[in-house]
Design a protein around this ligand. Structure first.
Ligand SMILES: Cc1ncc(COP(=O)(O)O)c(C=O)c1O
Length: 403
């Protein structure tokens, strides 16, 4: 009788890996259309910010239910511009999650404001509205919310909380393009929403991002701030329709997106619905296969949420296993499965821990989540067979380290 795969020797101990070839955490999917649009742009004589960047901004706004959209060179840039456009600075406090990427806190520091970092909810790993409420002081000026993994935060509670305190929400939807909170698309309810088009994101331009808003004045400020503070449409100054004259009306930044990259985004948008459909199908397969392994906790989707499924993070039930998360990742790596951890909490990074005097004991939910978190591969170009390989590898490692 042959050995069941889960009991086969671990690759780390000289056994055959579940896969012959390494499966990375995420791969972009650049099609012929994107390549064609990039080549056309390169030949067009206009390779910096222009009509493609404008169109990408417009289309991202339209799909996310916002009036205005500005394509920029990263979500980080979009978040930074948002805080500047809202007039935040020294003496102001901005509340955000500890379970996020460093960019969220860096941009608060960049405007001179004070980041106030709070704990998360155990199921979605999004900002805990109770922790946010407890952190509000007379100096609080904004909430920087995060839609972890593509699951919108609890806006049913965060929006009224923000409204009651007169606080704008800047929504970090780096993971959440295409997600819905109830009937409302992500991008349609916060003061400003930032999306990322980084290489691994649901829609990519290699590097890129967008800020969307319904507010005319904020949209104007974002656009001006994104290009040196030059008045609007200064980017046209080398076109026949443009003028050489411009004025700098505020100290701006250089966060504009080139048309070469925007062209990739426009090609990607044509396939975005298909990308999302594929992500959902892969997730359904993961849920079904991993749901049969009691040592593995699956990501949850709350009632009424349209998940963007940027990430597929599992939680190891360490009480039922004899290995820790680092070893689990190492074993999966030996089986040729790439993984990552989202996120190393903000309070664990030396800079934030020391400068903001953050103590891990103040973040029990994030601490527990972090110790157990492993993000599995998820990208539209993955096959069902790839998902099965990941699940076989997870099952194999669990079988070897079951208590
Ligand atoms: C939650 C979150 N916010 C912001 C960013 C920054 O995105 P970008 O690389 O487009 O600046 C990332 C990047 O991975 C992220 O995960």
């Amino acid at each position: 009788m042959s050995t069941p795969q889960s009991l086969a020797p671990l690759a780390s101990a000289g056994g055959t890996p579940v896969r012959a070839e390494f499966l990375p955490l995420a791969l972009p999917w650049i099609g012929e259309r994107e390549k064609q649009l990039v080549l056309e742009t390169l030949d067009s004589g206009w390779i910096t910010t222009g009509r493609h960047a404008q169109e990408l901004g417009r289309r991202v706004a339209a799909m996310s239910g916002a009036k205005h959209g500005l394509a920029v060179n990263s979500a980080t840039g979009a978040l930074h511009l948002s805080l500047v456009a809202l007039g935040l600075g020294r003496g102001d406090e901005v509340i955000t999650s500890t379970y996020t990427f460093a960019a969220c806190v860096n941009v608060i520091e960049h405007v001179g404001a004070t980041p106030v970092v709070v704990d998360i909810e155990a199921d979605t790993l999004n900002l805990d509205p109770d922790a946010v409420a407890a952190a509000i002081t007379p100096r609080t000026r904004a909430l920087l919310t995060v839609d972890y993994g593509g699951h919108p935060a609890d806006y049913g509670r965060l929006l009224p909380l923000a409204r009651n305190h007169g606080l704008p929400i800047v929504e970090d939807a780096a993971h959440a393009l295409g997600a819905r909170w109830g009937e409302r698309p992500v991008g349609s309810y916060a003061a400003i929403t930032a999306f990322s088009f980084y290489a691994t994101k649901n829609l990519t331009t290699g590097e890129g991002g967008a800020a969307v808003t319904d507010d005319d004045a904020l949209a104007e400020r974002l656009a001006i701030l994104s290009l040196h503070g030059m008045n609007r449409d200064a980017w046209k100054r080398y076109t026949a329709a443009g003028s050489w004259y411009y004025e700098v009306t505020m100290p701006g930044y250089k966060y504009n997106l080139s048309d070469v990259l925007a062209a990739i985004g426009i090609g990607q948008l044509e396939r975005f619905d298909e990308f999302q459909r594929l992500r959902h199908a892969l997730v359904a397969r993961y849920h079904e296969r991993l749901g049969a392994i009691p040592e593995i906790g699956l990501p949850v989707t709350r009632e009424g949420i349209g998940h963007a499924w940027h990430l597929y993070p599992i939680a190891l039930d360490l009480e039922r296993l004899t290995l820790d998360r680092a070893r689990f990742i190492q074993e999966l790596r030996a089986e040729n499965i790439g993984t990552s951890v989202h996120f190393i909490p903000i309070h664990r990074h030396p800079h934030f821990r020391d400068s903001l005097r953050l103590d891990a004991a103040s973040f029990p939910v994030a601490e527990r989540a972090y110790e157990r978190a492993v993000t599995l591969p998820l990208f539209p170009r993955m096959s069902a067979r790839d998902v099965d390989d990941v699940c076989d590898a997870v099952g194999k490692v669990v079988a070897h380290f079951r208590r």
